[in-house]
Design a binder for this molecule. Structure first.
Ligand code: SAH
Length: 460
């Protein structure tokens, strides 16, 4: 960043424009919006400049720029549209302590004037260091369209009301008040009754917020999907946008955590593979404590919160503590994995049932209905199955599963480092060896998009 954007206080400051032609007029149109004391120095000036001078909006000095003209000036614009004259002005002005801008001469300028979106007192400045003026213009056009034309009025009235709003405690309550004003009450009231109706509406809104009982805390148990941020639901995004506290599993991708409100506190909890775990009671206690403080808590879990996510244990604890909660579902790993290999998880004539099973539970490798799982055509998404691969293989074959039953292993589904391995039951333990990311085993499914995968057919 060669040019550092700042907002300069122009109130009562002297700003000099040397030049009286079209370039000077263009700069003056912007400068006239400020509170600066403007002087234009030019042997000849455009009629528009003369008009502004006649209205008393600037002082016009009808001669060439001379030493002494930049004394006490904060900014000097070289707008003579003549390289030698502009350079002379710049030399004098710098020697007298002013910052100089030469119109259309980036290299010769101390500062540049950005493209401006003006909703005074809200001002957006766009600069590209001279690299892409076209881009600056299109960004400006986009913002002009997006920002309501009454935003400036809302902000001006809001600014005058800040002192009164300080009656609300700092933090969430004050933030909620201003959000209600800018997002909803302000635009509506301005539309109905114009600017004059805004201050009375603010008073009424403040009274309501002062007397509202403490906003109760809430816990949303949110499914973050398998990893790709684009597989988040819109509801999950909204919950992250509004969160004060996000308690997330370690499996959650950083790109997803980026979407949380900037001020939100992020807390990593839960466990990763067989690594260190935060005790479930500690997670419960954390959710409850933050919600009792009035926070909007998001408990963010990978995939769907209700699939091997200990959801019930958490909602039961919240119920016992009297904390309000809701669940936002997510895309579970098996759904993402089967999409990745282009397969349907159910199929007419093949399987009318789908099982989601875990490879291990609290007591070790998990027992299942092996007879049903070993039947021809059976399909299951096996979570946490890598360590249990040999056990799964043994149990299934013992109950009559064919050794060439397809099993596709999808590691890191939906993430950039995803990997798919097409195996057969007979070679399952070898196929999972060496995987270190989260993986789901799709029993009974072979990839359809064979070209995309790395086939590791096991010996039969
Ligand atoms: N609630 C999650 C599952 C949590 S259990 C869900 O609905 O997906 C953790 C297991 O989920 C991992 O051991 C792995 O089997 C699976 N898993 C989670 N994310 C995955 C991903 N991106 N790719 C493959 N498997 C994943």
């Amino acid at each position: 960043m060669q040019h550092f954007p700042i907002f300069l206080n122009t109130s009562g400051r002297r700003v000099v424009v040397a030049g009286g032609g079209a370039a000077a007029v263009a700069k003056l149109r912007l400068l006239l919006k400020t509170e600066a004391r403007l002087t234009v120095i030019a042997p000849e000036a455009d009629a528009e400049i003369a008009g502004w001078a006649a209205e008393g909006r600037l002082r016009l000095v009808a001669r060439a720029f001379e030493p002494g003209d930049a004394l006490c000036a904060t900014l000097v614009y070289g707008a003579a549209e003549d390289a030698a004259e502009d350079a002379r002005v710049a030399r004098i002005a710098r020697a007298e302590g002013a910052s100089v801008n030469i119109v259309d001469n980036l290299a010769g300028s101390d500062f540049i004037t950005p493209a401006i979106v003006d909703r005074d007192p809200v001002t957006v400045a766009i600069g590209t260091e001279g690299a892409a003026p076209v881009l600056a213009r299109s960004i400006k056009a986009g913002l002009e369209e997006r920002l309501s034309p009454v935003l400036g009025t809302l902000a001006r009235v809001g600014k005058a009301f800040r002192g009164a709003a300080d009656a609300l405690p700092m933090g969430r309550k004050r933030r909620d008040f201003w959000a209600a004003y800018y997002d909803e009450v302000g635009p509506r009231v301005h539309g109905e009754g114009g600017a004059a109706a805004l201050t009375p509406a603010l008073k009424e809104l403040l009274a309501r917020h002062l007397h509202a009982s403490e906003a109760p805390g809430h816990v949303a148990l949110v499914g973050a999907g398998p990893g790709d941020p684009e597989l988040l639901t819109l509801k999950a995004r909204k919950a992250l946008d509004a969160a004060d506290v996000v308690i997330h599993d370690r499996l959650i991708a950083p790109e997803i955590l980026e979407l949380a409100r900037r001020e939100a506190t992020l807390i990593a909890a839960g466990k990763q593979g067989f690594g260190p775990a935060t005790a479930q009671e500690d997670i419960n206690a954390m959710m409850i404590a933050h919600a009792r403080d009035g926070a909007q808590v998001v408990r963010l879990k990978s995939g769907d919160p209700g699939v091997f996510g200990r959801l019930d244990e958490e909602t039961e604890a919240l119920d016992a503590a009297g904390v309000a909660w809701s669940v936002i579902p997510g895309i579970t790993a098996a759904a993402a994995a089967s999409a990745e290999i282009g397969c349907s998880m159910t199929r007419r004539g093949r399987n009318g049932a789908l099982r989601l099973i875990t490879g291990h539970d609290m007591d070790g490798f998990a027992e299942q209905d092996w007879r049903a799982l070993a039947a021809p055509g059976a399909v299951a998404g096996i979570y946490m199955g890598k360590r249990a691969a040999r056990f799964l293989q043994g149990r299934l074959m013992m109950h009559g599963a064919a050794p060439d039953t397809p099993v596709t292993i999808v590691e890191n589904a939906s993430r950039p480092d995803r990997r798919e391995i097409a195996a057969r039951l007979a070679g399952l333990p070898d196929a999972v060896a060496g995987l270190d990311g989260p993986a789901v085993l799709l029993l009974g499914l072979a990839p359809r998009a064979a070209s995309r995968i790395q086939l590791e057919e096991a010996a039969q």
